[in-house]
Design a protein around this ligand. Structure first.
Ligand SMILES: [Zn+2]
Length: 424
């Protein structure tokens, strides 16, 4: 493995699922800074270390993956952000808990482990709705304190063989391990799934939920590419990984959160009835061309055109005298703003609800991050919704802005203005 940038960035030469070296680069978004290292000044933000943001396709197992892996110690700062701020997310957790009870037959007293369970939002719901015992495994100490305070026991660690042993020693074997929005961020996916297998009861289930590679391509979600997000995952590579570990994918369900995710259920071979949905998803992926490189090459040109269109439309609004601000200093916002080469000249500020982000500057672009008071006191003409997966929440919660004539720009899957006759 090649190293550069003082050992911080490692080049990916082997597929992390099937170890193939037959990897073909299909998208290049240029050099970008890390998304979550918010800067203390505009100058620092614009002068941050940058790394190549490129995606490659494995011609053996169809996994899309970044061409580099950044040392996680550089990406995950001491302070991690809470997940339970969004109401959409809490509702999603509640529906998930009930669905797990119904489909897996979870009962009172069963143990459920959540990998990277953040502030314990999902597990609190599991505990309250289902009466199960719960354990959170998350590396962020500040979040562990919040989770513990809500009655969710937390092991402060990344997931792996050691954490799995600790769960067994302190709590017993879980009948369910959940990992939502984690799998695509993991480099050693084989070690990750293997640790879950060794931890689970014989009939237990590993549930992975991750953004679906089909939606990623179909809805042009290029801004979900960032350095923490290492893989863009179809069902086929996960099926292959499970099989190679003596496991089987026995169910798959589509979820509409975050622009389209899938929930994949994995267990020991011979212990679960494999539902028809699994073969149906894989047949659909194959039929639509996701197991061949051509679709990804065509997508590359589509994304180039989409970025050019965003730049052109927003520059046109600016030259007409419009003021533009953005909503949510998220990782995907960082990718979009940097891919478009916007800075404070184009976007006046970014509104965010996370107190720790206020007063900081967006990496690469140097755009200041402010709280909602600024939106009220100094409103722009247009609010660019970077967190488009929470567009409904954002629009509902900024009713005063739109009532006063403010309009919204939705950038993905294509430039769209809400609040005028240009609305599609
Ligand atoms: Zn592969």
């Amino acid at each position: 493995m090649k190293q550069n940038n003082n050992g911080i960035a490692r080049e990916v030469t082997h597929c992390r699922i099937c170890d193939s070296t037959d990897l073909l680069r299909y998208l290049n978004l240029g050099m970008m800074p890390l998304a979550n290292n918010l800067a203390a000044s505009e100058h620092d933000a614009k002068n941050m270390q940058r790394y190549p943001m490129q995606v490659q396709y494995c011609r053996d197992c169809s996994l899309s993956q970044l061409t580099v892996v950044i040392d996680p110690r550089e990406m995950f700062s001491n302070y991690a952000y809470r997940s339970s701020i969004s109401r959409t997310y809490i509702d999603h957790c509640r529906v998930m808990a009930r669905s797990m009870r119904d489909s897996l037959g979870l009962k009172n007293g069963d143990l459920v482990v959540d990998i990277a369970g953040n502030d314990g939002a999902l597990l609190s719901v599991f505990k309250d709705e289902l009466g199960v015992r719960v354990v959170n495994v998350d590396p962020a100490e500040n979040l562990a304190e919040i989770a513990e305070a809500q009655g969710v026991p937390t092991i402060t660690s990344f997931w792996g063989a050691d954490a799995a042993d600790k769960v067994i020693a302190e709590h017993g074997r879980p009948s369910l391990i959940t990992a939502t929005n984690v799998f695509a961020h993991v480099d050693d996916v084989r070690g990750f799934v293997s640790a879950a297998k060794n931890c689970l009861s014989e009939d237990g289930t590993l549930m992975l939920e991750f953004p679906y590679g089909v939606d990623f391509i179909e809805h042009r979600e290029f801004d979900t590419i960032y350095f923490e997000h290492l893989s863009y995952v179809l069902l086929e590579p996960v099926r292959r990984l499970a099989e190679s570990l003596g496991m089987v994918v026995f169910d798959v369900q589509k979820q509409e959160i975050h622009g389209g995710t899938i929930r994949v259920f994995i267990g020991n071979k011979g212990r679960h009835d494999v539902l028809p949905a699994v073969a149906e998803f894989i047949a659909h992926e194959k039929r639509e061309g996701y197991h061949a490189v051509e679709i990804y090459e065509a997508w590359n040109s589509e994304i180039d055109e989409l970025i050019a269109e965003l730049v052109m439309e927003i520059k046109a609004l600016k030259s007409g005298g419009a003021r533009i601000a953005a909503f949510a200093a998220s990782a995907k916002g960082n990718t979009l703003l940097n891919a478009c080469h916007f800075d404070g000249e184009t976007v006046d500020y970014i509104v965010d609800d996370t107190p720790e982000k206020i007063g900081r500057f967006s990496p690469g672009t140097g755009i200041p991050i402010v709280n909602r008071d600024v939106l009220a006191k100094n409103p722009p003409d247009y609010l660019l919704i970077l967190a488009w997966n929470f567009a409904k929440d954002i629009i509902e919660s900024t009713a005063e802005f739109s009532a006063a004539g403010g309009k919204y720009i939705i950038p993905i899957p294509g430039f769209k203005i809400l609040g005028t006759d240009r609305e599609a």
